[in-house]
Design a protein around this ligand. Sequence first.
Ligand code: ARG
Length: 295
Amino acid sequence: MTAEHTSVVLTATATTVAGATPSRRTPRRQRYLVTRPTYFDVVYSINPWMHTDVATDSGLAMRQWENLVATFRRLGHEVEICEGAPGLPDMVFAANAGTVIDGVAVPAKFSTDKRSGEEKPYTDWFRDHVGSVVVPTLVNEGEGDLLWTGRLLLAGSGFRTDPLAHNEVAEALGVPLVPLKLVDPFFYHLDTALAVLDTETAESTETIAYYPGAFSAGSQSALRRLYPDAIIVSRADAEWFALNAVSDGRNVVVPEQAPTFARQLEERGFAPVPVDVSEFRKAGGGAKCCTLILR
Ligand code: ARG
């Protein structure tokens, strides 16, 4: 590469980093399912983030959730609201309700009886709102572990979703699937360790971000082969659930506590939209955990 070329590339990069609003990417209007956190609380511990001796602030949780919903609407998305139910304090994490692709829903089957009470209300919701529902027989925790890139279903296992469920889900949804093994209990669901920022369409290509330390050596290698251009996120940002982000292909709703990731997003032409969902972190969740994408 000549010196002239190098300076052109550097100038272009500097402009993007310092530039006001990145405009390289096109947002897609999405439809989301969220669940009101009326009964949200931490009364049991099923992941290392949950401490029953740390109080949750239900008023603050509700305000943070309402702000998340308002943010989605301001970005032009359609938001469907499901009501929570007493005795189901984790039901706010709608990503775990199931997986919906092209009008087919596979509801979750939870790994713990603490959450299995959510299966019926969510399955009923899918029956009323989604074309076709295929009830699974094996444990899968929905979009917590199953992330659609528009081309591939990235499928986590290791803590919650049974690896044998991957075949069942792939068959029901008719999609190619890539199994990924999670090894760090703090990143117990795939959506805490990996974010799909852009999906494969006629106009766009897949872009993902992930925290490598959450994955087994083999899965890290698989991710490098599939996504050599992925955004690599630090553990510090991942611990604020930076990767628990909701992207429409341009706007990426991220925790305000992960500024390094926000800069990485800007460098790649995305527009970070910071929100504070810190109350939900006490239960091991962030923005994406509260959101199911209906396709
Ligand atoms: N307390 C919930 C659990 O452990 C948090 C779920 C977070 N959801 C997610 N999609 N990662 O099941």
